[in-house]
Design a protein around this ligand. Structure first.
Ligand SMILES: [Ca+2]
Ligand SMILES: [Ca+2]
Length: 486
């Protein structure tokens, strides 16, 4: 679609929007954007990966092989600075899927259900369902204990879906084969891995892809919002053996951290994972297994993208790919997530809209996972029933990144107020850490500053090693950043 045609299309949409209600807009919006002859709304293929940081080929990782995500990024838009709103599955996903900041969902832990605070909120898939779309998911989209709840509904919001499938693959049945460095701990947090025998299709994530392909084939003549919720690279890090072979152990480089790095880091900022006690060699095995899990998951994304082509859906399906939270692999001597450092809150976000030809395929502007809901709703002509906290990313797809107003991302995290007690709301956890990231700075407060603050200058210190709080020359910078908290 040329620029003038786009202008006309947008004008028409605006006029329609003024005059008519959403049903008409919904029916026509897809056709304007897609340039199709028969009015038809766009489909959405929504792909999530669990605990995936930006260690991907397209994000510049020197080792990790992700050919399919790289291809998606080349065709669509890669957001190099996208941030989750809470670095833990349940609260992050609830925030993104309701379009609301975590404090409004009142989810400080995975075990709380956002419906307690927001009984009537319309989730993103639910909005599509209410407008006549078929909504379906396979695997983890809302929270799901991994690996304990694989094969169940997990903590799903079941009213958001017409179709729910919960595959359970040989990764679940072969947990006894895991190489586990902390056998006494639960597998949901243990550093454990397996280079598995057998095929991709036998693994849970392979089955998720198979089920989603089936779902798209069965619903290819209806508008759909179909979601693939991959469990990898969440631990236990399991993938077929061939993906481990991509990463010889001697090619793995462990992150370099100054020995005194944590001396200027507040106690609450240091959530310790079991991985902290691993030997350097064990750490390399964990890196390799995490990378293998990413490449395996990437191959399943490839199967979905190829299926869109073979089903004739690629011209009428928006593809969204994202991670739910970042992941640390020993940076700052810290591991996993539930932290407010860059690597724990920065996530991959790649979006492809077949009807919008981006001239540029990547942007460094700061965006939040919250921005996904309003964008998809806008593209499909759906109006949210509640006020959304995110912004519409459309300007990046019409080659006007300068229209993007948001200049910072905010992430929060909880910490317990002992004693932890599962009869208390959120088990006694409250929002105690809050962090803001602009293109240059990261500023973090614990207990509104009473339990410590951190300021990192990404222009000179991308590793966030030197905490600049307390230095006179940065007082004004901190005051300014505090004003941008939301
Ligand atoms: Ca997660
Ligand atoms: Ca430090």
């Amino acid at each position: 679609m040329g620029r003038n045609e786009m202008k006309v299309a947008k004008q028409n949409i605006n006029e329609l929007f003024m005059k008519k209600k959403n049903t008409v807009f919904l029916t026509l919006a897809g056709s304007f954007f897609a340039g199709a002859q028969v009015p038809q709304p766009m489909n959405v293929l929504f792909i999530m990966s669990d605990d995936l940081n930006t260690d991907l080929g397209c994000y510049g990782h020197p080792l990790v092989k992700t050919p399919y995500l790289d291809r998606l990024a080349q065709q669509g838009m890669m957001f190099t600075h996208a941030y989750c709103q809470f670095p833990l599955s349940g609260p992050s996903r609830a925030s993104m899927l309701t379009g609301l900041r975590p404090e409004k969902t009142n989810m400080c832990i995975n075990e709380t259900n956002f419906r307690e605070a927001l009984p009537d909120v319309i989730t993103l898939p639910q909005l599509f369902m209410k407008h006549g779309y078929v909504t379906g998911r396979a695997g983890k989209i809302f929270h799901y204990g991994v690996p304990s709840e694989i094969g169940t509904d997990g903590h799903d919001d079941t009213i958001s879906w017409n179709i729910r499938v919960n595959p359970k693959g040989r990764d679940k049945y072969e947990e006894n084969k895991l190489i586990n460095y902390t056998p006494s701990a639960s597998l949901g947090i243990a550093p454990a891995w397996l280079a598995a025998e057998g095929t991709d299709e036998e693994q849970t994530d392979g089955m998720v892809a198979t089920e989603v392909i089936k779902m798209m084939a069965q619903n290819k003549d209806k508008p759909f919002f179909i979601a693939a919720g991959f469990f990898r690279p969440h631990c236990p890090y399991i993938a077929p053996k061939k993906y481990f072979d991509l990463y010889p152990l001697d090619s793995i480089r462990l992150p370099q951290t100054p020995p005194d790095d944590l001396n200027d880091v507040p106690e609450l900022a240091q959530h310790k994972a079991l991985h902290t006690k691993l030997t350097p060699e064990q750490q390399k095995y964990i890196h390799r297994a995490y990378y293998a899990s990413i490449s395996f998951m990437d191959a399943q994304v490839g199967r979905l993208l190829n299926a869109l082509d073979s089903l004739g859906l690629s011209k009428k399906t928006i593809v969204v790919f994202m991670g739910d939270n970042g992941y640390m692999l020993g940076e700052h001597f810290l591991w996993t997530k539930f932290l407010l450092f860059e690597k724990s809150v920065r996530v991959p976000l790649i979006i492809y809209h077949p009807g919008l030809a981006c001239q540029s395929h990547a942007t460094d502007e700061i965006v939040e996972l919250l921005d996904v809901y309003p964008t998809l709703a806008f593209w499909c002509g759906l109006t949210s029933t509640h006020r959304l906290d995110g912004d519409n990313l459309h300007c990046f797809f019409e080659n006007h990144p300068e229209k993007w107003q948001k200049k910072s991302a905010v992430s929060v995290v909880s910490r317990p107020n002992p004693p932890v007690d599962n009869t208390k709301p959120n088990w006694g956890y409250t929002y105690r850490g809050k962090s803001i990231r602009t293109s240059r700075w990261r500023y973090t407060e614990w207990d509104q500053g009473a339990s410590g603050t951190e300021l990192y200058d990404h222009a000179s210190d991308p590793g966030e090693f030197t905490n600049l709080r307390g230095r006179k020359e940065f007082k004004k910078t901190i005051e300014k950043l505090k004003k941008e908290f939301r």
